[in-house]
Design a protein around this ligand. Structure first.
Ligand code: 13P
Length: 257
């Protein structure tokens, strides 16, 4: 596991759709209708992270289709005078299993830093949520050879994590998000190997997803990289047809097709 590319996964891959700030009720209902009867293949886990306003309305219909529900963020206090915030228990109440934490858009636009992210992790675990912790470097950091140092700093939030706490990590190179650029298979393999090594050092044996311009036509290549155990999909998760093509491509790779 210490050699780049030598990591072989035995975990059930996860394909998760992050809708970001997109979607109103009528669109979401149409999306769910277009998923068909049995959208989640047995050997793949499928999850959707719509905006807060759609969590409760989608909860039951997604459950019936075997799709997990997640949120895109959470606040760390349990309740009280925190206008505009949503607590971990509110997410559980809405039917969430997952919560995305530390997405680069929250780090870069909303100024989230490790201290706050650490508190959110703790609060998510205390409520029984599984965090999907996002990490990733900016283009200049990659060009300056800083990628591993950046990822190590971002993963430091896991230093005091309770043993066995449910966790998924998503590696999303910031320069690949919404740009149509994806990391090459070599970059993905090498970086995922480093992340798995760091996680092992920190005592975590969890899935590591790839995110950043994942589309139906590049899913198989990305999912075939050693150490990639799923995908966090943005733009291509907004249409049921492209999301399901990604799920199918990932399922084919997982089944060894
Ligand atoms: P895109 O798939 O639109 O590049 O977004 C990736 C992402 O940020 C998912 O969290």
């Amino acid at each position: 596991m210490s050699q780049s590319g030598s990591y072989t996964s035995r975990k059930r891959p996860l394909i998760a759709g992050n809708w970001k700030m997109n979607g109103i009720l009528v669109e979401a209902q149409q999306f769910v209708a277009e998923l068909g009867e049995n959208p989640a293949p047995d050997h793949i886990e499928v999850a959707l992270m719509p905006p807060y306003t759609l969590l409760h309305p989608l909860s039951e219909s997604l459950r019936q289709k075997g799709i997990q529900l997640g949120a895109q963020n959470v606040y760390y206090e349990p309740k009280g005078a925190f206008t505009g915030s949503i607590s971990p228990m509110m997410l559980r109440d809405a039917g969430c299993h997952y919560v995305i934490l530390a997405h680069s858009e929250r780090r870069d636009i909303m100024g989230e830093a490790n201290q706050q992210i650490g508190k959110k992790l703790e609060a998510a675990w205390a409520a029984g949520l599984e965090p999907i912790l996002c990490i990733g470097e900016h283009l200049e950091e990659r060009q300056d050879g800083e990628t591993n140092a950046v990822l190590r700093r971002q993963l430091a939030v896991l230093e005091d994590a309770p043993e066995g706490a449910p966790l998924t990590v998503a590696y999303e190179p910031v320069w690949a998000i919404g740009t149509g650029l994806t990391a090459s298979p070599e970059q993905v393999t090498e970086t995922h190997a480093f992340i798995h090594e760091e996680l092992t050092r920190l005592g975590h044996d969890c899935r590591v997803l790839y995110g950043g311009s994942v589309k139906p036509d590049n899913t198989a290549e990305l999912m075939s990289c050693p150490g990639v155990e799923g995908a966090l999909v943005g733009g291509a998760s907004l249409q049921a047809a492209s999301f399901m093509q990604i799920v199918q491509a990932a399922a084919d790779v997982a089944a060894g097709a």
